[in-house]
Design a protein around this ligand. Structure first.
Ligand code: ZN
Length: 468
């Protein structure tokens, strides 16, 4: 999406570049391959130089990073905010979502423009961007979810040319009007491939879901969600989707992979097809035990949390670097909306979990502290790979001359603090966990937005990375 980051979309009021010069001094600078002791010079919102800098720094403001780690700003490619899902308005809007994001070191997130009946895709984008206007504490971009068939390919072509690279398709959610069958998905992939755009796929085979008789489960028990959407629902969908990616040459990104078998299929397909996948912290750190007992309905998400044996295999895969990237599928529902069911049928409960503010600390606790991976692995799964998926690399996702000065200064040995995934009044599955990862400083295109661990009080400085 490099083209859309032109100066054209960085007009006044959209979080324009900061003219100041500053140097991040004396830190350990990480990329996805390793680290070096280096200073980072920032000028005009971009990284001007990385290395042992002396003369060229001049009178630049100094951010002291000695003893700390300097990483590219993190990117969450899968976030739901400021939207209505079914009859529920999400608990987070652009302001609250981007505020907790940037406070945790996430300098870019991508959310969705989902076409509504009677609306063109372009109008849907405009509607979402209007809601984001003046609200963004970090940068944000959009994946497109056209829902009116057939797609208007002239319009789609214009949108791709304008920088929209990722289109979301669902293999389920018939009632919500999101479902596409495999023939339709193949048709879309055939037409997107030559445009240089790709598909993000929610992979749960609706044919298998539909064949499971809900009369066979106790719908008062939220744990039965795992029986209505068993692992084979996802695994089979991923298998078929990989086949389509091979046949059509269209890049395929499988979102929120919840099964180790599904992740294994993606790993095996790399090299044969342009296939990538993400998983979320909830599939790595929570099991279906969270669905049992009082309050179990609050942990409903789709695909469902998996049995402990699967979760453990999933975690081992993440520790071995099997996932291209981690993303949250942040989808915070108001506590009152989650709890507003009469106990008779859990399918009335909105499914989704918040995760945005928890992504970075959970990934750090899991990959770095528990599994001994270097911080370069965080750069890979939370910055470089996401930027590549979005077509933003190396403008974002890298600490290199010419890149946007989206930078995070971290202290891995900070005091223990609670993890918080959302500022909204929502059930937070991570609130009992703690981290020692302290976010000391965050720069957004050269502007300090977190200083000494405190969010700057200034007005939102983020910008939309796309426009129509
Ligand atoms: Zn999602």
């Amino acid at each position: 999406m490099g083209a859309v980051l032109s100066d054209r979309v960085r007009g006044p009021g959209s979080g324009v570049r900061d003219g100041r010069r500053l140097v991040i001094r004396g830190g350990t600078v990480w990329d996805e391959h390793g680290a070096q002791r280096a200073d980072v010079l920032v000028e005009g919102g971009r990284i001007a130089a990385v290395g042992r800098l002396v003369g060229e720094v001049g009178d630049a403001e100094v951010v002291d990073a000695s003893g700390f780690d300097v990483l590219p700003g993190f990117i969450d490619v899968h976030v739901h905010v400021a939207d209505r899902i079914g009859r529920f308005e999400l608990a987070d809007d652009f302001a609250s979502g981007s505020e907790i994001a940037v406070a945790s070191g996430i300098t870019t997130f991508f959310t969705f423009a989902t076409q509504r009946p009677g609306e063109t895709m372009t109008e849907a984008v405009r509607r979402v961007l209007e809601r984001a206007e003046g609200q963004l504490h970090c940068d944000a971009g959009l994946h497109l979810t056209p829902t009116q068939w057939p797609w208007d390919w002239e319009e789609i072509g214009r949108l791709v040319a304008g920088g929209f690279r990722t289109f979301k398709l669902y293999t389920t959610y018939r009632a919500a009007g999101l479902y596409s069958d495999w023939v339709r998905i193949e048709g879309v992939m055939r037409r997107l491939a030559p445009l240089g755009a790709g598909v993000l796929l929610h992979a749960e085979d609706d044919g298998i879901v539909a064949a499971i008789d809900p009369a066979g489960v106790d719908l008062r028990d939220p744990h039965a969600h795992t029986r209505l959407r068993p692992e084979r629902v996802e695994v089979e969908a991923i298998r078929r989707a990989i086949g389509l990616a091979e046949r059509t040459g269209c890049p395929l990104h499988v979102v929120h992979v919840s099964t180790a078998d599904g992740a294994g299929l993606v790993s095996a397909a790399r090299g044969r097809a342009a296939v990538t996948c993400e998983t979320g912290p909830h599939y790595l750190l929570l099991s279906d035990d969270a669905l049992r007992g009082p309050g179990g309905h609050r942990s409903l998400c789709t695909p469902p949390l998996r049995a402990e044996a699967t979760r453990a295999r999933h975690e081992a895969l993440a520790a071995a670097g099997a996932f291209d990237l981690l993303a949250t599928d942040h989808c915070a529902f108001r506590r009152a909306d989650k709890d507003d069911w009469d106990g008779s049928d859990f399918r009335a409960v909105p499914t989704g979990l918040p995760g945005l503010g928890a992504l970075v600390p959970l990934a750090f606790e899991l990959l770095v502290k528990r599994h001994g991976r270097p911080l370069s692995e965080l750069v890979r799964v939370l910055a470089a790979s996401p930027a590549r998926l979005l077509g933003l690399y190396p403008r974002k996702g890298a600490v290199a001359p010419g890149a946007d000065a989206d930078l995070v200064v971290l202290d891995p040995r900070g005091p223990s603090r609670p993890i918080r995934s959302t500022l909204a009044d929502a059930h937070d599955p991570w609130s009992a966990r703690t981290t020692t990862l302290a976010v000391r400083h965050v720069l957004l295109r050269g502007t300090p937005v977190v200083t000494d661990g405190r969010l700057a009080a200034a007005s939102p400085r983020g910008c939309a990375l796309v426009t129509v």
